[in-house]
Ligand binder design. Structure first.
Ligand code: PLP
Length: 407
């Protein structure tokens, strides 16, 4: 008798990560057949010709002969000191190197933090749209995602009254992704203050994914959450992947702030879970100090004339010229999240559109519903390609939408 197929974890059926899912697999098949695709599905700077700054590369090369041993589970002391100093300088309260955790990217730390926090059935308030790892990690750590809406009609900003109305006796944390992936929204101070007050009133942890904290356009200013949170427990995440264009090095950090009496047990849980996986990739940790104490290299890319600024302008202009598209202009981060409007929007299905765009125009985008929204008329592109390539992409998108509109 043939052996039964292996069973897998049941709750995986609730988990989706379509940024690298079915469409990406189809794209790979087309590439194997010899097609040349423009792949806008992943915010992967290195894939679009961006390099990590030379002083970060040098820090790894200079440190390489010291990278053989495991480090402490929370990370290399020099790296943690640099992170602590950086967060202290921006006004984060109660920060010491002991409260810094270095991980294999923010991804690993998101998972660790939810594993440290949740018991079965606990609820986590998540933005909709979200970066889908947050939903996945909540589910796989036995939690329940409860979504608060960030609607395009409100510039993709959340409504604090709605967040508070969703708090239940099972709620443990509020996740904020600011600046936001996929929308590019950048939250103003007053909004953050209101959300901090909700966390304070209900005894919740603030999980602040700030991985795009220095990728800002025009006059956008980043407001870190922890400095406004005072004694409210807060875990702030960032890393080398985006601002420092070093995704492949797999280095992220999380900084714990808030009243020591309230965060002690959580700190211990994070430390224990960190110890179980021994330590983060060591060579990459050698670049953290250089990244946080060296020259700012992202500012010029986001300023007028800079590659990201001009890419964003190309997208904004292309959407303005399209009869089929609308866009909340992204203030920050590496993405645009346009919607389909007008005749093409009738009966529109974001997955069908993305598949058609891939098959007929060799362009890969991510359907909006992959980001845990109930509507199906958005899609996400990354702003990483050169502006001229983005202009070409939007011509191809318009061609598909023309056909869908029956024009
Ligand atoms: N958080 C957000 C909002 C992201 O967009 C990403 C990656 O795209 C991550 C976390 C994961 O980043 P890392 O490369 O540090 O694991």
């Amino acid at each position: 008798m043939p052996a039964a197929p292996l069973k897998t974890r049941e709750r995986l059926s609730e988990v989706r990560y379509e940024i690298r899912g079915e469409l990406a697999r189809r794209a790979r098949e087309l590439e194997v057949q010899g097609r040349t695709l423009i792949k806008l599905n992943i915010g992967n700077p290195g894939a679009f010709g961006f390099r990590a700054p030379a002083h970060l590369q040098r820090a790894i090369v200079d440190g390489i002969d010291q990278t053989d041993p495991y480090t402490h589970q929370q990370g290399l002391p020099e790296a943690r000191e640099a992170v602590a100093a950086h967060y202290k300088a921006r006004g984060t309260p109660h920060v010491t190197p002991e409260r810094v955790f270095i991980g294999n990217g923010v991804s690993e730390l998101i998972d660790l933090s939810l594993r440290a926090l949740l018991n079965p059935g606990d609820e986590v308030l998540l933005p909709s749209p979200d970066y889908p790892l947050w939903s996945a990690a909540t589910i796989l750590n036995d939690g329940r995602p409860v979504y608060y809406r960030c609607l395009p009609s409100n510039g993709f900003l959340p409504d604090p009254d709605e967040i508070e109305a969703l708090v239940s006796s099972r709620t443990r944390a509020i996740v904020l992704i600011n600046p936001n992936n996929p929308t590019g929204a950048n939250y103003p101070r007053e909004l953050i203050e209101r959300i901090v007050a909700i966390a304070e009133r209900h005894g919740l942890l603030l999980l602040c994914d700030e991985i795009y904290d220095a990728i800002l356009y025009d006059d956008a200013a980043f407001q870190p959450i922890a400095p406004l949170a005072g004694d409210v427990p807060c875990l702030s995440f960032s890393g080398l992947s985006k601002v420092h264009r070093a995704c492949g090095w797999r280095v992220g950090w999380a900084v714990l702030s808030g009243d020591p009496m309230r965060v002690g047990a959580f700190h211990h849980a994070m430390d224990l879970l960190g110890a179980l996986r021994l330590c983060a990739n060591v060579p990459g940790q050698f670049a953290v100090q250089a990244a946080l104490q060296g020259d700012d290299t992202i500012g010029a890319l986001c300023a007028p004339g800079g590659r990201l600024h001009e890419a964003r302008r190309a997208v904004v202009d292309a959407v303005a010229a399209s009869p089929h598209l609308a866009l909340v202009t992204p203030d920050a981060a590496l993405y645009a999240f346009p919607s389909v409007v007008g005749e093409a929007a009738e009966g529109f299905d974001d997955h069908r559109f993305a598949l058609e765009l891939l098959e007929s125009e060799d362009v890969l985008v991510v359907p909006g519903s992959s980001f845990n929204v109930p509507y199906r008329n958005h899609f996400r592109v990354t702003l990483l390609p050169p502006p001229e390539q983005l202009r070409e992409v939007f011509e191809r998108i318009d061609r598909v939408l023309d056909r869908m509109a029956g024009a």
